[in-house]
Design a protein around this ligand. Sequence first.
Ligand SMILES: C[S@@+](CC[C@H](N)C(=O)[O-])C[C@H]1O[C@@H](n2cnc3c(N)ncnc32)[C@H](O)[C@@H]1O
Length: 314
Amino acid sequence: MKGVRKLFPEEFCRRYEQFIPDFDLFLEAMLTPLPKVFRINTLKAEPEEVMPLLAELDPEPLSYLRFAYTVKNGRGLGRQLAHFLGLIYIQEAASMIPPVVLDPQPGDKVLDLAAAPGSKTTQMAALMRNRGLIIANDLSLERLRGLIGNVDRMGCLNVVVCRADGIVLGRKLAASCDRVLVDAPCSSEGTIRKTEEALRRWSVRGIANFSRVQKGLICAGYQALRPGGQMVYSTCTIAPEENEAVVAYLLKRFPEAEILPVELDNFVMRPALTEWEGDTFPSAIRRCRRILPQDNNTEAFFVALIRKPDDVTS
Ligand SMILES: C[S@@+](CC[C@H](N)C(=O)[O-])C[C@H]1O[C@@H](n2cnc3c(N)ncnc32)[C@H](O)[C@@H]1O
């Protein structure tokens, strides 16, 4: 196991073994390639129409996500006709959880504040059965090109694409959205299983920089919510500075914000932290959830579900 540790920065291990008791299992899982997962695009097809096209890959349903399947040998998945036709969307399993927790309804006005390349936008369009409106925003023009391609291929008709700083856009749309997704830019520690790039770029200073942007985005997302509206804040990273500390910042600025429990059947999630390196977080933050790779064979994620009370007017 010592050998495995050597593959990670010393500081990475020092930080995370403090709150991941099965740390060796965690490191092993971080070095194991991810299973290939896809979801059926229900805007275009029913599972019984798509499955015969993929029979040679022998897909197995995931017990915790409707319309999602894993394949043992995923190499050929991106070359399948079903993929080109937009009948399926290849997406990591944990990345499908934030939209499921947000649960947008047909007819809702949804703001996807950091949306590119549109995995969760297209998933939400399917959940909303192409009704209502999704404002899919991102700062990066290059990444928005990918989003536009995905939105077209998946046949999403309720998406408008916008390029703005989410911090500005959220404020402009004040108190107008039923649902907001803030799938924030982050240090992406959770994607180390997919690409070693995340590990090469890893630094505590990088984490601090992301934390600043995330605090701006979570507050702007909250401002965009109508009274009674709900927001999911998610990251694919482990750093508490980018997760619990960001939610704590929101609670400091908007003490009335409610943190709701995050639940999903047949899927293991761990409670969020209540303290980190000398900082104590409000106890409600424990209702947020951490997804660790060794628990469900996925990427790592963090998911917070936040509600604006009915009697808040701005
Ligand atoms: C984790 S990725 C989003 C993934 C996307 N939600 C999906 O499921 O496909 C974070 C995104 O935030 C964008 N971003 C970074 N800073 C931003 C800002 N200030 N406003 C809006 N988007 C921003 C990045 O360009 C990146 O595309």
